[in-house]
Design a protein around this ligand. Sequence first.
Ligand code: AN7
Length: 364
Amino acid sequence: MAWQGLIHKYGERMKLTPGANPVTLHEGNTPLIPAPDLAKWIGHGIDLHLKYEGMNPTGSFKDRGMTTAITESLARGSKAVICASTGNTSASAAAYAARAGMTCFVLVPAGKVALGKIAGTLAYGARVLSIDGSFDTALNLVRKISEDGDVDLVNSVNPARIEGQQTAAWEIVEQLGQVPDWLSLPVGNAGNITAYWKGFCSKPCLSPCSAACLQCPIGTIKPRLLGTQAAGAAPLVLGHPVDHPETKATAIRIGNPARWDEAIAALSESGGHILAALDEEIFAAYSAVARTEGVFCEPSSAASVAGLKKALDRGEIEAAGQTVVCVLTGNGLKDPDSATESSKGLIPTEATFDALRRSILENL
Ligand code: AN7
């Protein structure tokens, strides 16, 4: 049967209102792509796979948690939702709210959201409120205003978001036929790391996922989690909130993660590790992912690759011969400015045969 989204596939395994009518864009079922050439770039003999979450309907992993959050909100009879966002949450909330016939308000930090994310959010008809403040300030404001009850909060402090996002862990086990040894992901507000850990700790699925997985290993075998923050926005690494977070990886420009305690617990229970990557390291990984494997992710997503390389290079973790999944949380098309700025750019070529031949020979 054709793919009908996450609630259709996994609804029975999630804590949701029974009988609620799913609001879905047929999200999930994203590719898990083997990445042997990127593995060589990283070094250290790892078996690397990329979970390409940029293939979700609005271009990021947020859709997994938004199908559940908006479904629950609609079932409660809400007419409007609100979120703070560095961009991807806003696009996702706006799309699912449009589908549900609800009004969506988003608060974004002025000038710090990638163009494609704003474009999507506006296209889906959301009210985009741009504030002179960080994501953290925006989140505090929307948390407070949602207490009035007129608008439902759909940031990842909403438990329905975590319910939906944990499905990525289940998909990875199905696609790989095993639990990976390491799961590497970027960490901003820490909802995703919380959700993955919940998924990996849940009950096994009822039927075998694949030929290689005759008995579901979920809940018995667990991966180690590797979290990466941007160096200018690394509260979990530093152990204290960052008042003025700064990074060119704007999706993870977050100084005081809402799911702080859950993230620390997941890291410690999994025997994992968290570290900070410099913007240069994140952008080097960003280019490497696209050029070695033809997979275009946004800069923040590449933090999962940058952090993995850095942790291995420094001997902070060992993974030789082990299976590693890097979660590429968002699509590179969301951030055209980063893509053009970190490439050589266009090659002006006169429209003649000779000029064309010269351009080709000079650039072979
Ligand atoms: C591409 O959209 O917080 O640690 O408001 O867009 O679960 O927050 C985005 C976060 C990683 C971090 N990669 O995930 C938002 C927002 C991308 C992201 C993260 C985000 P969390």
